[in-house]
Every structure is written in structure tokens, then in C-alpha cells.
Design a protein around this ligand. Sequence first.
Ligand SMILES: C[S@@+](CC[C@H](N)C(=O)[O-])C[C@H]1O[C@@H](n2cnc3c(N)ncnc32)[C@H](O)[C@@H]1O
Length: 278
Amino acid sequence: MTTLVELKPARPVTPHGILVEQLQTVLELAASHKVPASVMTALQQAHQLAAGLEPYINECTTSESEALTALAKRTSAEDWSQRFSDGETVRQLEQEMLSGHVEGQTLKMFVHMTKAKRILEVGMFTGYSALAMAEALPNDGYMVACEVDDYVASFAQTCFHNSPHGHKIKIEVAPALETLQKLAEKGDSFDLVFIDADKKEYVQYFQTILDSSLLAPGGIICVDNTLMQGQPYLSSEESTPNGKAITEFNRVVAADNRVEQVLLPLRDGLTIIRRTGS
Ligand SMILES: C[S@@+](CC[C@H](N)C(=O)[O-])C[C@H]1O[C@@H](n2cnc3c(N)ncnc32)[C@H](O)[C@@H]1O
């Protein structure tokens, strides 16, 4: 008999997801305050337009592999809050950290488009984005995935064993800055780097990568959460430490004349950076 795993709904963690939730609240408030029919209709249309976007993008995007579905289900079924309150870890992990279907497919496309053979991931969690990118690597391609937390590292490793592409991923369990330093000292280079670890260290990851051999000529850096739930463009009084760190990171990248970049409004913001002249 199959046991059905009840998946916990993820709370909204993107500007768009938060907007949909806010519109839902406004709609409920408007209904209880008997606003004019024309206002109600306009609100309903705005809500439909916003709420339908992500499901439609999901529907039009190639389905994820069975191994990625299984990994996402395992991640969702885990009680991360329980683990955190047990004091087994000093950093808060949560299922919402997982990038998911559309972002995974986007990263996978970037690997195909760039013909990357060497990938560096900074911040792996349970391995969704790592495995999505590994699926697009050729058989002789490889990825180094940096993760500081032992528990999620072995969680991811178990999922990788269930995929024919998992063997391409080598996990480095240590603070990412130490791993970056070690790889740079060895003179390693990567065609694609995905940054998704500690937001307060983003500027250091970026500078370490650009100041060393880590970014191969023609290579690209993809950086996650660069919209940080809208905080960089909302009132700074309500900014969290992560929001402030991302605001600073975006400023540093925009001011660095060694690179050019674009911030894509995908999920919580994905910035693509390349070194100019390479
Ligand atoms: C947002 S999650 C990564 C999500 C993953 N890339 C995905 O798409 O599913 C961030 C991860 O970075 C890890 N992390 C945080 N600080 C780190 C550090 N200083 N060095 C290495 N990993 C770190 C966390 O333990 C967490 O697993």
C-alpha cells in the first residue's frame, strides 16, 4: 500500500507570491465592506491576473524529473522547525529555501545554453538546484556544491544516489568562504557559478570569485534572491538584515565596472552576471 505524504504548503517568499496574498486579503476586506461593484470587479481582475501567473508559468515549463519530484517531496515532508528547535543546528532551515521547478528548469537551461562543464554552487540545501543543473551537465561534467550544514548535506547526498546524474556532484561541507578560498588557491575555474547561501556574505562570495580564477573566461554567475521579497525597493525601515544585505549586494554589483548584469524577476529575483571583455 502506498503511503501518501501530506505536503505542507510553502508560505509566500517572493514579491509576486506576497502580492497575490495581499490582493486576496484586500479582496476579502472589500467584500466585507460592501465596496461598489466596479471596485470589486477591478480587484477581482487584478487578483486573477496575479494569482494565475505562477501556475501558468509552471504549466508551460517542462516537467521536472522523477528524481527532482522525489527530492522536493522529501524536503517538504521533513519537519525543519522541529529539527531547529531541537538545537541540532544554529541556522534556520526551511522548505521554502528550495528553489523549485521553474527556477530549476531555468538554471538547467543556462547550463545547456552555456555548454558549462564545471559548475560551482554556493548554498545547496537539499540539492534541488544542484541536481537540476547536474541533469544538464555532460557525463564528464562536474559540480562542486558548497554547504555548511552536515544534516542537509547527507540528506541531499541520499537524493543524489537516486538519480543517474547525482554522481556529477561533489559536496564540500564547510563554510562557503573557506571552500571558495581553497578552490581559488588550487586555481580551479568554473563556467557557471550559482550563489544561494548566506545573504550577508553575498558581497564576499562575489568579490572572492571575481578576484580569483574561480570564474572561467566567458563564465556566468547566477545569484538568487536578489529581489528579497521586494525589500530592496520598499521602505528601508522594514528591511530585515537579509534585505539590507541584498540591497548592498545589488549596489556593489551595479557599481563594479568589471561586470555587466541583469536582474530577472524570476521567483525571488535571479541576477545573471558576466565579466565584461571575456
Ligand atoms: C537558500 S538555501 C539553498 C537552496 C538551494 N540552492 C536550492 O535551490 O534548493 C541556502 C543554503 O545555504 C546554506 N548556507 C548558509 N550559510 C552558508 C555558508 N556560510 N556556507 C555554506 N553554506 C551556507 C544553508 O545551510 C542552506 O542550506
